[in-house]
Design a protein. Structure first.
Length: 330
């Protein structure tokens, strides 16, 4: 089973949008069995399924599929309509152009552009209201969904050449680092993603049946795939997720498995701003959080994370999440 979490600042953003719409964050949190103590820190990991449950609650409460992120509400069912409108397209270029056309009909708060120049395709986004620009968060989310849906349509990850957004890199930017297969360029004068022009003519390989499967749980599908990137850290994480914590390979064995020297493995992880120890801690943390939320048992969560001594688990959990296991579920 893939274990996945998202930082709690995404939860805070959702709740802030809901509050602006007149809805109680306490009631929304309670409806999804999420502890209010999770709001004490912006870095506490939230199980992906819990976050999606909250997003669905916010969407229903606000009657807005964008959860208040767009200038005007988007009626629930719009995403399904969008998928159904594009499934008969013949090429990726056709698919992306159709998405833009349908989006312009259902949301006039966005201006999307798609153009091909020499060897590159540019997918751009901006607000139609210059006095009320889109937040950096929603810009990145919209670009990520376009990228993911485009990749889904051709059953192949589109090899992006760049992703650029306006505005400086925020303190929450690390939560966006895994949305694409390459780092986001901040401080640009355009919000856009670029990819090789020859992908424009790739045939659409999905059909009505596969679209129905996607629509059974679109948020789970899209978000669980956001973190799938071609990085060494990701490949290592997927490899050790198949092992129990007590059987995580040591650094020498891991380097051998990936046909690298220990020095090269360390250097490549350093270039990705992480270490093998951090990857192991993230896997332990996500296992603990998943079991804690699902079963409500601190003992079971400690065991899942590979701890036999409660005190050590409590210290590690507080370091990982900023709160104690009991407070996390209280």
């Amino acid at each position: 089973m893939e274990i996945s979490t998202v930082p709690s600042h995404h939860l805070l953003e959702l709740l802030s949008l809901a509050e602006r719409g007149g809805h109680s964050r306490e009631q929304l949190m309670a409806s999804c069995d999420l502890s209010y103590s999770l709001l004490e820190t912006e870095t506490a990991p939230i199980p992906l399924t819990s976050f999606i449950a909250l997003a669905n609650s916010v969407m229903i409460a606000m009657d807005d599929e964008s959860c208040g992120m767009l200038p005007k509400p988007v009626k629930p069912g719009t995403f399904a309509l969008l998928c159904q409108s594009c499934i008969d397209c013949q090429t990726l270029g056709h698919f992306l152009r159709r998405r833009i056309k349908v989006l312009s009909l259902v949301s006039d708060g966005l201006k999307l552009n798609l153009h091909r120049q020499d060897e590159t395709v540019y997918y751009e986004i901006e607000s139609t209201d210059s006095g009320n620009p889109l937040s950096q968060h929603i810009v990145i989310v919209i670009l990520a969904i376009a990228y993911k849906m485009g990749s889904w349509s051709i059953r192949e990850r589109i090899p992006l050449t760049s992703v650029s957004v306006c505005g400086a890199r925020s303190s929450q930017a690390r939560g966006y680092d895994n949305l694409f297969d390459l780092p986001i360029d901040y401080g640009s004068n355009r919000n856009q993603l670029c990819f090789p022009a020859h992908y424009f003519d790739r045939p659409i390989l999905q059909d009505a049946d596969s679209m129905k499967e996607l629509l059974k749980a679109p948020a789970l599908y899209l978000m669980s795939e956001f973190g799938v990137q071609k990085s060494l850290a990701y490949e290592i994480r997927k490899y050790i997720e198949c092992c129990s914590p007590e059987n995580f390979p040591d650094l020498d064995s891991l380097a051998t498995e990936f046909s690298l020297s220990v020095a090269t493995l360390r250097r490549r992880l350093q270039n990705e701003d992480t270490t093998y120890q951090e990857i192991k801690n993230e896997v332990r943390r996500d296992r603990a959080v998943t079991v804690l939320v699902r079963e409500g048992s601190v003992k079971a969560a400690a065991y899942a994370a590979g701890f036999t001594e409660p005190t050590s688990f409590f210290r590690a959990f507080k370091r990982w999440t900023g709160t104690t296991p009991k407070a996390y579920i209280s």
